[in-house]
Write a protein that binds this ligand. Structure first.
Ligand code: GTP
Ligand code: SPV
Ligand code: MN
Length: 597
């Protein structure tokens, strides 16, 4: 397709203004075809950006520049007109000032490169819940990743030509090439030039200087969460950092569950887990993002706006996540910052294979026993969701699937029990608002530090989080008795010796079973100061090895002193939001204090 064939005047003039500013050598409209994809992959193999792997088939390894390995929250901004609309948890810049700065940064930024124009749909192209975007980028790596993660095709341009709205996404690696200058495998700009910016009022995203993940694949966190959360609040729906799974009990009864865990805290794993308890089945709808709207029956229906998984590689194995291993074994995948084996396969920490020798992600020789990590902790695979052997047949149903339960969770070594059911929706919103987790390698900086990460949305809420809490309370009002039940889970409790108390992964099905049966009102619980917890006998522990009563008592107990100790931290966390904060959550905190005595 040629630029001149685009009919929509707004799209045409927007594209032209960026072509004029960035002065690329060439402009290519992406059609999502296999042919174009193969050409780009071959071109990246030639240029040294990609290595074609011997296995799995049609798959590639890409190694980034060592400083461009994760989302950069410090360089991420919400550029709303008023700073208070970005709120205390977001970095903010004035939209006019930011654009003035971009006029300098983007000037000639694509010189020596091709500008790709990617028309994409978040959600099935014909779904009424879906939304469209156009991403401009000067990175072929971004194009081939977007072709896996979203639905790329010229039919999106037809929709826009016919008047459909679209989110404007602009991305440049920020590394123009002077005449005759040789390219590097992973071009990017220095940290102080990187910007990941969002203009919620005009539905625009502008990203400069990074080529990695959520910084560059703009359909994902930038659009499907930061911009979509603003749209969702205005239009009465929800855009959440949640996996969606289908849970079937031995009688064949189905419930859909959506779970919000912070980055690298277990969404992909839970979404496609293999239950260890007989007769139960888990199938996948999505592993990272959920868009939910009310259906005609008053229930919340969820779609997965993505088409692929951009998953954490280290820790993924046939033991922890067999269905994910089977998904990537089918090929058609991109591996970023993993190690490469001597026979041209990929490897990362806790992989099933145990090779003697490797080349690590920074291209250094690596031998078994070496204390250095061979893969970057945030190394990722990009793989088509359709290849997942347990993808639910209805995963692309344009109507979405009705949600019965929301799970919140994070990494907590201490205090937080294995599972806790909220007393009601408002208490559930309190649990979501007070979520805290130890930081992971998914974002640069702060590894291991405990931070509040409400609803796993701290880095992804595109507006004032005080208003976001109110939106959650309003959704509950609207849903009434049809609201999903809310639970808080923690797979990451440790004992004093630093060992996991809970085996996790497929064994989490025991917790899912209790949740399923709580939704049906058939499982028992004990009321405690923090919520409803399972008694030991209510949790199916049949066949669970190496679990002592002492461990279980810790996992299913209420650490009253531990909870009392976090109250001042919760108070300080709530105080940040000033008058945008809903009074209801102060009431919830007071009620918890009273229950703790
Ligand atoms: P993002 O893609 O960053 O949003 O991450 P995610 O939430 O999808 O996390 P993912 O499922 O990729 O898990 C991240 C890490 O947590 C991996 O190293 C897993 O092995 C580990 N993990 C996942 N589930 C469990 C569990 O039940 N127990 C333990 N101990 N570790 C887990
Ligand atoms: C996350 O960090 O939550 C991710 C990876 O899912 S990224 O796409 O880089 O945001
Ligand atoms: Mn994520």
């Amino acid at each position: 397709m040629l630029l001149s064939e685009i009919k929509n005047a707004e799209l045409k003039s927007w594209l032209q203004s960026w072509i004029d500013l960035c002065t690329p050598d060439d402009v290519v409209i992406c059609d999502g075809s296999k042919k174009q994809n193969d050409e780009l992959c071959n071109q990246m193999v030639k240029s040294g950006t990609f290595i074609k792997l011997n296995k799995p088939e049609n798959s590639f390894l890409c190694r980034s520049e060592v400083s461009d390995v994760a989302r950069v929250e410090e360089r991420t901004y919400i550029c709303s007109k008023k700073q208070e609309d970005a709120g205390p948890t977001n970095h903010w810049k004035d939209p006019a000032e930011m654009k003035a700065e971009f006029n300098v940064l983007f000037k000639g930024s694509m010189k020596g490169r091709t500008m790709y124009v990617i028309p994409f749909s978040m959600g099935p192209i014909e779904s009424p819940i879906s939304k469209y975007g156009i991403e401009i980028t000067d990175s072929a790596y971004v194009v081939v990743n977007m072709c896996i993660m979203t639905r790329v095709g010229l039919s999106v341009i037809s929709k826009i030509d016919a008047g459909a709205a679209f989110v404007k996404c602009v991305h440049s690696v920020g590394a123009p090439l002077a005449d005759g200058q040789a390219d590097v495998p992973w071009p990017c700009a220095p940290m102080d030039k990187k910007y990941i910016t969002h203009f919620p009022e005009t539905r625009e995203i502008i990203s400069f200087g990074s080529g990695y993940g959520g910084n560059a694949l703009l359909g994902k966190k930038c659009f499907a969460l930061r911009i979509a959360s603003v749209q969702a609040r205005e239009e009465g729906w929800m855009a959440e950092h949640m996996l969606i799974l289908k849970l079937t009990n031995p009688k064949g009864i189905v419930k859909y569950v959506a779970a919000a865990f912070p980055s690298a805290c277990g969404k992909t794993n839970l979404a496609m887990m293999e239950p260890t308890i007989p007769g139960w089945k888990v199938e996948t709808i999505g592993d990272d993002i959920s868009w939910m709207k009310f259906g005609e029956d008053g229930r919340l229906y969820a779609i997965n706006p993505e088409a692929g998984f951009f998953g954490v590689a280290p820790g993924t194995s046939m033991k922890s996540n067999p269905n994910c291993m089977r998904t990537i074994a089918k090929g058609n995948s991109i591996f970023t910052n993993t190690a490469i084996t001597m026979d041209g396969g990929t490897w990362w920490e806790d992989h099933d294979e145990d090779p003697e020798e490797l080349v690590d992600w920074i291209r250094r020789p690596w031998k078994k026993g070496c204390t250095r990590k061979a893969a970057h902790p945030n190394a990722r695979f990009t793989t088509p969701a359709a290849q997942c052997p347990v993808i639910a047949p209805e995963w692309e149903d344009p109507r979405g699937v009705p949600i019965s339960a929301f799970l919140f969770g994070g990494r907590r070594k201490t205090v937080v029990p294995l599972v806790n059911e909220a007393l009601d929706w408002k208490h559930g919103v309190f649990l979501g608002a007070t979520m805290a987790s130890e930081m992971t390698a998914a974002a640069a900086g702060g590894l291991g530090q405990l931070r509040f990460d409400p609803f796993a949305m701290l880095p992804f809420c595109g507006y004032n989080m005080g208003d976001y809490f109110k939106h959650w309370l309003e959704i509950g009002e609207k849903a009434g008795s049809k609201a999903p039940k809310i639970f808080y889970v923690n797979w990451f409790r440790k004992n004093d010796a630093g060992k996991w108390l809970w085996p996790g992964y497929g064994e989490n099905s025991r917790v899912l079973k209790w949740i399923f049966e709580r939704c049906d009102g058939t499982a028992s619980c004990k009321a405690t100061a923090i919520g409803n917890l399972p008694e030991e006998k209510a949790l199916d522990l049949d066949g669970l090895k190496d679990m002592t009563h002492d461990d279980l008592a810790l996992l299913l107990g209420v650490d009253k002193e531990g909870w009392k100790a976090v109250i001042p931290q919760i108070e300080a966390h709530f105080a940040k939001f000033g008058d945008r904060f809903p009074a209801e959550l102060h009431k919830q905190l007071d009620a918890m204090k009273a229950r703790l005595g």
